[in-house]
Ligand binder design. Structure first.
Ligand SMILES: [Zn+2]
Length: 317
């Protein structure tokens, strides 16, 4: 499902992408005089790239694609109804001007009124097929932006953290994406997700789309932030499954010195009831001895999509 949504989002901004690609090409072309500076600039440009920019050409998806992604027609209907209610997807249809052949997608809210063609600025006389009105769906702005900024993984991870920690004795009172901290010397560190507990404890989480994106500096910064926060625990989360994890990601958990590093992968956040085995308590020094073995994490055995489809059919969203 995420692959499908990413694919649709990426298809919405090709002109935007070409503009960014041209900017990168210029930097590469200038690399002869100062290769190191050019490489640093190119890396910066690539980091700033988002996969889409929306607009009128937003790609649409149809029920058949959703159904194939979920693997179950009934479950796909349940998910689609939920996604529409939450404005994650907008329902509409494609129309074509008989006069200038301009094709466009319009939301259902506009279909009852006289439709003006984007191409020739005249009313469409026969915008629909005479016998059917095939619906298609466009990503809502909140979902499109979450995918564009890769913050969809922040949200999925936040849900998992909330479920995990709410089973402990201390309650979660806040989950905040992208929180900057600055010390008295002006040094700045960022928590991708910050968890605030009822007792005032703060837990920082580093989130990566792909586990390969975790760098040694990320680990060092997370350790320092954990010390700033006076919390021995830091969480590294990513969009990969356990089988896909990069060596740097798995090895991060095995060495942490005075900081206890925990991992949270797709095997955790895809689980309907994730459980990081925190021994029923929010991680404190008595539970998380630095250097101890990583406790076994919950696994969602088998096919994630099939389990998700079952969940959709058995629980109301
Ligand atoms: Zn027209």
């Amino acid at each position: 499902m995420l692959d499908l949504l990413y694919k649709k989002s990426a298809a919405t901004g090709m002109s935007w992408w070409k503009k960014r690609a041209t900017e990168q090409a210029k930097v590469v072309a200038a690399a002869q005089s100062n290769p190191e500076e050019a490489l640093a600039e190119l890396k910066c440009l690539i980091e700033n790239v988002s996969v889409s920019h929306g607009g009128e050409s937003a790609a649409t998806l149809v029920f058949g694609e959703l159904s194939r992604a979920i693997g179950n027609k009934k479950a796909a209907k349940v998910w689609l109804r939920w996604a529409e209610e939450k404005s994650l997807l907008l329902r509409g249809t494609s129309i074509k001007c008989q006069r200038c052949q301009r094709e466009a997608w319009r939301p259902v809210s506009e279909l009852g009124t006289s439709i003006i063609c984007d191409g020739c600025a005249r009313p469409l006389s026969h915008p629909f097929e005479p016998t059917s009105l095939p619906f298609s769906y466009r990503l809502g702005e909140s979902l499109r932006r979450a995918i564009e900024m890769d913050s969809i993984y922040h949200l999925l991870v936040m849900r998992a953290i909330r479920v995990i920690l709410e089973s402990g004795v201390e309650k979660v009172v806040g989950l905040h994406p992208g929180v900057d901290f600055r010390n008295e010397d002006g040094e700045q560190l960022e928590a991708d997700v910050l968890v605030a507990m009822e007792g005032g404890d703060l837990l920082a989480c580093e989130v990566k789309h792909r586990s390969t994106g975790l760098k040694a500096t990320d680990i060092e910064h997370s350790d320092r932030l954990a010390r700033w926060l006076g919390n021995p625990t830091v969480l590294f989360a990513c969009g990969d499954t356990d089988q896909e994890l990069a060596p740097i990601f798995t090895s991060a958990a095995t060495v942490g010195g005075d900081v206890w590093r925990r991992l949270l992968t797709a095997d955790d956040w895809l689980a309907p009831n994730p459980n990081l085995n925190l021994n029923g308590r929010y991680p404190g020094p008595d539970v998380c001895q630095p250097g101890a073995d990583v406790p076994p994490r919950s696994k969602l055995a088998g096919d994630h999509e099939a389990k998700f489809a079952d969940l959709l059919l058995t629980e109301s969203l």
